[in-house]
Design a protein around this ligand. Structure first.
Ligand SMILES: [Zn+2]
Length: 157
């Protein structure tokens, strides 16, 4: 995998399990973690304030979590959004639960930045938005901003 800062990351097996075991990390570090969940900048996309919440155990579906775990996961999503909004990173967000086969469940917290509006509907053109970010935002200014935003979330959690 190539991470958001254009570094090659290698792992064996499920990438989220490897991340949970600390076998690789991101330049911006982990924004928050406890015994059950972790929160970080999206690994691959250089989009400011784009965070991912993942369980530490290898769960594929949201329904496999206990009710308490589901609530805790969503509390993390909500708190992250509140911190990002209060610090003027972004005002509105799309939240996506992804249940891929043979992969760890994760929740994407995707800021609805103004630059995304050029693509029309954000949900309809999400792949174009991701391609645009990878082609245009791999630079030191963005990496620095991603570090700052991760620090903001870490310090306010
Ligand atoms: Zn896993």
């Amino acid at each position: 995998m190539i991470n958001y800062a254009l570094e090659e990351v290698t792992y064996e097996g499920c990438p989220s399990c490897a991340f949970a075991r600390g076998e690789f990390s991101l330049p911006c570090g982990m924004a928050y973690e406890n015994e059950r969940f972790m929160l970080s900048q999206d690994w691959e996309l250089p989009i400011e304030g784009f965070f991912v919440v993942t369980p530490k155990s290898c769960v594929e579906k949201f329904s496999e979590l206990t009710s308490d775990e589901q609530h805790e996961m969503f509390d993390i999503v909500n708190k992250t959004i509140e911190i990002l909004r209060e610090n003027n990173i972004c005002e509105r967000f799309n939240v996506l639960f992804e249940e891929k086969e043979n992969r760890h469940l994760h929740i994407w917290i995707m800021p609805r930045h103004e630059w995304m509006e050029q693509f029309g509907s954000i949900t309809k053109h999400i792949d174009d938005i991701f391609k645009h970010a990878k082609a245009n935002f791999r630079n030191e200014d963005v990496y620095k901003r991603i570090n700052e935003i991760s620090d903001i979330v870490r310090n306010n959690f």
